[in-house]
Every structure is written in C-alpha cells, then in structure tokens.
Ligand binder design. Structure first.
Ligand SMILES: [Fe+2]
Length: 398
C-alpha cells in the first residue's frame, strides 16, 4: 500500500455514502472496497468489529476531488487552524472540539465544500477582520452545534461551513464602507443589509451546495422581534442560522473594533441573556450559556450574587446563589411584581420576599439581568428602606 495513511472516525461515515478509498482495520486488513456503498447496517458492523477508528490510504489517484484541490483545501484549513491558535478567545477544550470538526470537514470533503471553503480566501484578501471574525464564528458554531446534541455529524459540518461563510456576501461591498469608523448613515446600513442576500447569490451557484449552508448565510441576521434584515417570523426559522447568529454576536462583542472596546466574555454572555426576547429566544441563549459559555468563560460567571434580575412573570428578584446544573436557573429572592393598572405600570411589593430556586420552579424564568446603575441604585435603596435586604450583601460564607 503506497500513499498516506489517513485515520477515519466511523462516527462520521454517512449512511448510504460511497467511499473513495478502501478501508482497513488497525491490523491492515481490508474491510471495505473502494466505491463500496456504506449502508447504516454496514457502518454499524464496521463499528462493532473495528471500533471507532478505521484507516484509508490516500494514493492521490482515486479521489472524487482531485489531489490538487484537496491540498488547496487543506492549506485553507491549515490557515483556519492557525487562526484558532492565534485567537486567545477559546479554552483548550473548545479549541480541540473545533479542531476535530475542521479536520473532519477536510477529511471528508465533497467538491462543493471545497469550492465553498476556498471562497474564504477571497474574504481574507478583501477584509482581514471579517475573515478572522468568520473563522471565529465557524469555530463557535462547530462547538455549539456539537454540544447541542440535536445534530448529526453531517449537519454539524454543514452548520460550521455556513458559519465560516456567513459574511461572504461582504466581498461585494466596498472595502471603504467596511472600514468606515463611526456610525453608519441610513444608506450605508441599507447597503450592508444586502450582504446575506449577496452571500446567498454567490453560494447558490456552487453545484451540490447544501441547503443548511444557504439557509445559514441567508438568515443569519434574523431576530426574534421581527427586526432582522428580512423581518421574518423567528419561530419558523430553522435552527442552523439561529445557532450561527448567536455565535456571530458573541464574537463581534468580544472583539476590539475601531469604534468600541471588546467586552469581556462575562459581559458578552450577560448581553446575550439580556437579548432574550429581542434578538434571540430563551432556548437558544439557554443552550449557548450552558454548553458553550463554560468553554469561553471558565473563571467567572456572568452574574454575581446580589445582582438584580427580571423574571418572565414580571417579577423583580435578587440573585442569591448560582446553580451548577443550569446557569440560567439561580436561587433568587423575589420582591415585587409589575402590574398594569389602567394603562399605568405599578410595582406591587410582597409583604415578605419569596426565596425561589429557579431550578425547581416551572413558572418562573430569568429573562434579564439589570445593568443600568441608576435602576440598580433605585431598587436597592427601596429594598433597604423596606427592610427586605441588608446591604452590603453578605458574602456566601457569611
Ligand atoms: Fe453578517
């Protein structure tokens, strides 16, 4: 056997796909011929006989995609891995997760995927920041889609690819506008808002391009409040663009820009929580906070004991204790409820504050952490006057 020995993870073999090279077990015994169709049963039997790793030998001849093209794609992929190493945004665990997805994308490359990945080169030469941002969003989306648990390995690949390419339409927008400092005028914004459509137009011409990639690029600026670029009903959107949009915002917030400083991971996660109902829905943010958040922000939580929060029940509460099971479900002390009386919103304080674990309460959900210092001061003063809290807030140990 002359050629390069390539490891193949059986988990990532797609049922009813045709393999390019023969497959071998770890002892070098052939277990499938080149061009064999791998049915689900066949994959299950390979997994049971050989475990999760099998081998192929890349001779550079049999590939459906030419060796030259494969190598070019590997170069782009190497650039991507290099970008991941250069960014200090991700923990080692997140990096390893992302690296695996990227390796698999290249190892099991379809010709349309090669063409799509290669488009990133155009983006890199067009505007470096957007290229780096796209790479970061791809990595975050790969991790989010994987830990989410609802997607097949193949779908994870498509979501990652869509995330890499989310802003590819910006290659059709003047670089001077992309680099513009300060606020955009209405006509600039109108131009910028065309980039999902431009991206879709570029990609749809690639034969065999997957709908997940197209959906992700086209709908990555839709919001929960009908305020997205196309103002579509958020509930009806597929999950991949939603996953990518939350990763898009997180990375943008945590990156320095000419017109503003980067937020810390803590503040960016807090921003996402406060976007429930406006930009995103609860389930999406819940998934990101609990599954991806710890990989990004492993030293501190995005709220503190003593922070005030709003609940979906229009109640106001103070955070007492973190939940290790679910970051969005801390133990809280509920003080009051906002009520509408004759078109006026009034606050009705309870006789005694109610201590609730949001983990056990099926009615109440945290929907906002209050950030406005004046509001925080006003609430705290009122609660101290009513004797409902002691301030300074006692530490966890005391
Ligand atoms: Fe975008």
């Amino acid at each position: 056997m002359n050629g390069k020995k390539v490891k193949i993870n059986v988990e990532y073999l797609r049922p009813n796909s045709r393999i390019i090279y023969p497959l071998y077990n770890s002892e070098g015994k052939k277990i499938a011929e080149a061009r064999d169709v791998l049915t689900a049963d066949r994959i299950a039997s390979i997994r049971s006989d050989c475990g999760s790793i099998v081998f192929a030998v890349d001779t550079g001849r049999e590939g459906a995609v030419s060796l030259k093209k494969m190598n070019a794609a590997r170069m782009v992929s190497r650039d991507i891995v290099h970008e991941i190493t250069a960014t200090e945004k991700l923990t080692r665990t997140a990096y390893l997760e992302a690296e695996r997805v990227i390796e698999e994308i290249v190892a099991d490359l379809q010709s349309y995927e090669f063409e799509a990945i290669n488009l990133l080169k155009d983006l890199k030469s067009h505007e470096e920041y957007i290229y780096q941002h796209s790479v970061n969003v791809g990595i975050l989306a790969a991790v989010f889609a994987r830990v989410n648990g609802d997607f097949t390995p193949d779908e994870i690949k498509r979501i990652t690819l869509g995330a890499y390419l989310l802003d590819i339409g910006l290659v059709k927008i003047d670089v001077a506008l992309l680099k513009k400092k300060g606020r955009f005028e209405a006509k600039d914004m109108q131009k910028m808002k065309q980039h999902p459509q431009f991206g879709y137009e570029i990609l749809k011409n690639i034969p065999g391009i997957d709908p997940i990639v197209l959906q992700t690029v086209l709908f990555h600026h839709e919001k929960n409040s009908y305020k997205g670029y196309f103002q579509l009903p958020y509930d009806l959107l597929p999950m991949p663009p939603k996953i990518v949009s939350v990763c898009d915002i997180y990375d943008a917030l945590t990156t320095d820009r000419p017109y503003r400083q980067a937020l810390s991971p803590t503040d960016a996660l807090r921003f996402l929580v406060n976007s429930i109902g406006t930009n995103f829905d609860y389930i999406l943010v819940h998934g990101f906070i609990n599954h991806v958040g710890p990989l990004l922000n492993n030293t501190q939580s995005f709220y503190r004991r003593g922070d005030f929060c709003e609940l979906n029940t229009r109640e106001l509460a103070m955070i007492m204790e973190f939940s290790m099971l679910d970051y969005l479900k801390p133990r809280v002390l509920v003080f009051c409820k906002f009520q509408r009386v004759k078109n006026k919103m009034i606050v009705k304080f309870y006789d005694r504050p109610v201590e609730v674990s949001l983990e056990d309460d099926e009615e109440r959900r945290l929907v906002k952490i209050i950030d406005n210092p004046q509001h925080i001061h006003a609430i705290r003063t009122r609660l101290i006057e009513k004797g409902m809290i002691v301030w300074p807030f006692p530490s966890a140990s005391g």
